[in-house]
Write a protein that binds this ligand. Structure first.
Ligand code: ADP
Length: 248
C-alpha cells in the first residue's frame, strides 16, 4: 500500500508502568477503509494500545500518527475524539431509561441536544438516519423499548450504532462479543462487516470464531509487541502464536 492510504500509524510505541513495558516497540499500520482484528492473550497490551490511540495514555517512546499528518501523542482525549476517533468499551454505556430511538437521537445530536430536550421533535434528516441505524443494528422491532430492557447483545449493537451515529473516521471496538451467544456473535461479525463498507475499524477480541467470521487481517500481540500478522489462517498456523496460546 502507498503511504497515502495510511489512516493510523504506530511506530515503535513503548509504554512503561514502573519499568514494566505494557507496550514494547509496538508498530501497526492501518489503511484507510481497513478493518483490523487485534488479538492476544491477557496482558498482551491490547487495552494499552487502545489507550494510546485515544490519548488516555501517553507513550514514553514512539510515533502515533493519524491520517498521516496528526501527531496523536500531542493531543488529549477530547481533542482526539473530536478528530473522529470513536471508542466503544467492553461494557455498554447506553442511556438505560430512554428508548432505543431516543438513544440514537441523543447520539446523533451529540452535545447539541442535551437529554432534557428530548421532547423536541427530531428533524426529518435525523429520522432518516435513525431508521438506517435501526436497520443496520437490527433493532427495528425494539425501537420503542427502553435500552435498559434490551438483551446484552442488543445493548452492544445499540452502542455500536450510537458510535456510528457520530460518524467517526475510525471506530475502536473493545471485545464486542464477550458474553454473547453464538448467534449474537455471528450477528455482530455481520454488523461490523457492514460498518466496514464505509468506515475504518480496529476491533480487539479474544473470540477466534468471531475473528474468523470477520475475515480481515489479524494482528497478534504478545508482551507488548506484534508477534504475528496476516490472515487468521496464517496467524493461527504460526508456531509462535500456537506456543503463546497453547503453552510450550
Ligand atoms: P490486554 O488488554 O491485552 O489484556 P493490557 O494492555 O491491559 O493488556 O495490559 C498489558 C500489561 O500492562 C499487563 O501486564 C498489565 O498488568 C499492565 N498494565 C496495564 N495498565 C497498567 C497500569 N495502569 N499500571 C500498571 N500496569 C498496567
Amino acid at each position: 500500500a502507498e503511504l497515502g492510504d495510511t489512516l493510523l500509524y504506530l511506530d515503535n510505541v513503548t509504554v512503561s508502568f514502573d519499568g514494566f513495558r505494557a507496550l514494547n516497540a509496538l508498530s501497526l499500520v492501518l489503511e484507510h477503509g481497513e478493518m483490523r482484528a487485534v488479538i492476544g492473550p491477557n496482558g498482551a497490551g491490547k487495552t494499552t494500545m487502545m489507550d494510546v490511540i485515544t490519548g488516555k495514555t501517553r507513550p514514553d517512546e514512539g510515533e502515533v500518527m493519524f491520517d498521516r499528518t496528526v501527531d496523536l501523542t500531542r493531543l488529549d482525549e477530547p481533542a482526539i475524539a473530536a478528530l473522529g476517533i470513536g471508542r466503544k468499551f467492553q461494557k455498554p454505556t447506553v442511556f438505560e431509561p430512554h428508548s432505543v430511538w431516543d438513544n440514537f437521537l441523543l447520539a446523533l445530536a451529540g452535545d447539541r441536544r442535551p437529554r432534557f430536550t428530548l421532547w423536541a421533535r427530531e428533524t426529518a434528516e435525523e429520522r432518516d438516519r435513525i431508521e438506517e441505524l435501526l436497520v443496520l443494528t437490527r433493532l427495528q422491532e425494539v425501537r420503542h423499548h427502553r435500552a435498559g430492557d434490551l438483551s446484552h447483545g442488543q445493548k452492544q449493537w445499540l452502542e455500536i450504532g450510537m458510535l456510528l451515529a457520530q460518524d467517526p473516521q475510525l471506530l475502536l471496538v473493545d471485545e464486542p462479543v464477550a458474553g454473547m451467544t453464538d448467534a449474537e456473535t455471528a450477528q455482530t461479525a455481520e454488523l461490523l462487516r457492514a460498518i466496514n463498507r464505509t468506515h475504518s475499524v480496529v476491533v480487539v477480541e479474544h473470540d477466534m470464531d468471531f475473528v474468523r467470521a470477520l475475515g480481515v487481517k489479524v494482528t497478534v500481540l504478545h508482551e507488548g509487541s506484534v508477534l504475528s500478522e496476516g490472515s487468521i489462517d496464517h496467524v493461527s498456523a504460526d508456531p509462535r502464536v500456537v506456543e503463546v496460546y497453547l503453552g510450550r
